[in-house]
Write a protein that binds this ligand. Structure first.
Ligand SMILES: O=C(CO)COP(=O)(O)O
Length: 248
């Protein structure tokens, strides 16, 4: 039985003042029935992890370097993020693949670095609108998952997030049938490659998840939660999504 996961990706948003929202989220869900994860910008990992105190919400990074240390100006290594309080690291988000030219090989190396630091990697994949319209969606996400997930991926150290690039920040969402088709396909790929661990790895949907569409998305088979962008920034928006997942 996979425990559901409500994850938030703050991207390059938020400030120390936003810790009030985190406090409100923790207060609204003192004993959450699902796993919670918030991934703020790196500068807010330590403040967020400190503020959360003994609340079970996890704090994650949005990226990590593939090396454990060294001459890489501006980058942050997984052990550093772990020390700051992050237990998870998003790797391979489409914005990093696009903005920083990250390939699936890079993403896999970053996931391995997260694992080596004792962290859970949240491996992101997803097709572009061009891929979708050309009927290539399953080919693209199949290739991405094969190349981005490490051989050592387990139910404990890896989460996979399916995020169609065209659904991110656009208000556009695939049909429930389309989400179900991709999640079933990814589940089959993970099981074929990783056996029981592939059965246990959680599959999140991401892309314009809101309070208004969360419940129907969470009812789709093999959707084990969501990776939420914009709607994870405030308690008013994120809390109903958490509640919908608790009721799914
Ligand atoms: O990219 C996302 C999460 O990683 C999704 O972003 P939005 O929820 O803002 O569409």
């Amino acid at each position: 039985m996979r425990r559901k996961l409500a994850a938030g990706n703050w991207k390059m948003n938020g400030a120390l003042s936003a810790m009030a929202e985190v406090q409100a989220i923790c207060d609204a869900h003192p004993a959450p029935g699902v796993d919670l994860l918030l991934c703020p910008p790196a500068t807010l990992i330590w403040p967020m992890a400190s503020m959360r105190g003994s609340h079970p919400m996890a704090v994650g990074a949005q990226d990590c370097h593939m090396a454990a240390k060294g001459a890489h100006t501006g980058d942050i290594a997984a052990p550093m993020l772990r020390e700051a309080g992050a237990t998870h690291a998003i790797v391979g988000h489409s914005e990093r693949r696009a903005d920083h030219g990250e390939t699936s090989a890079t993403v896999r190396a970053k996931a391995e670095a997260a694992h080596a630091a004792g962290m859970t990697a949240v491996v992101c994949i997803g097709e572009t609108l061009e891929d979708r319209e050309a009927g290539r969606t399953l080919d693209v996400v199949g290739t991405q998952i094969a190349a981005s997930a490490p051989d050592g991926a387990t139910a404990a150290n890896t989460v996979v997030a399916y995020e169609p690039v065209w659904a991110i920040g656009t208000g556009k969402v695939p049909t429930l049938r389309q989400i179900g088709e991709v999640h079933a396909f990814l589940r089959a790929k993970l099981v074929a490659r990783l056996d029981d661990e592939g059965t246990g790895i959680r599959l999140l949907y991401g892309g314009s998840v809101k309070a208004s569409n969360a419940a129907e998305i969470f009812a789709v088979d093999d959707v084990d939660g969501a990776l939420v962008g914009g709607a994870s920034l405030t308690c008013a928006d994120f809390s109903p999504i958490i509640s919908a997942l608790e009721q799914a």
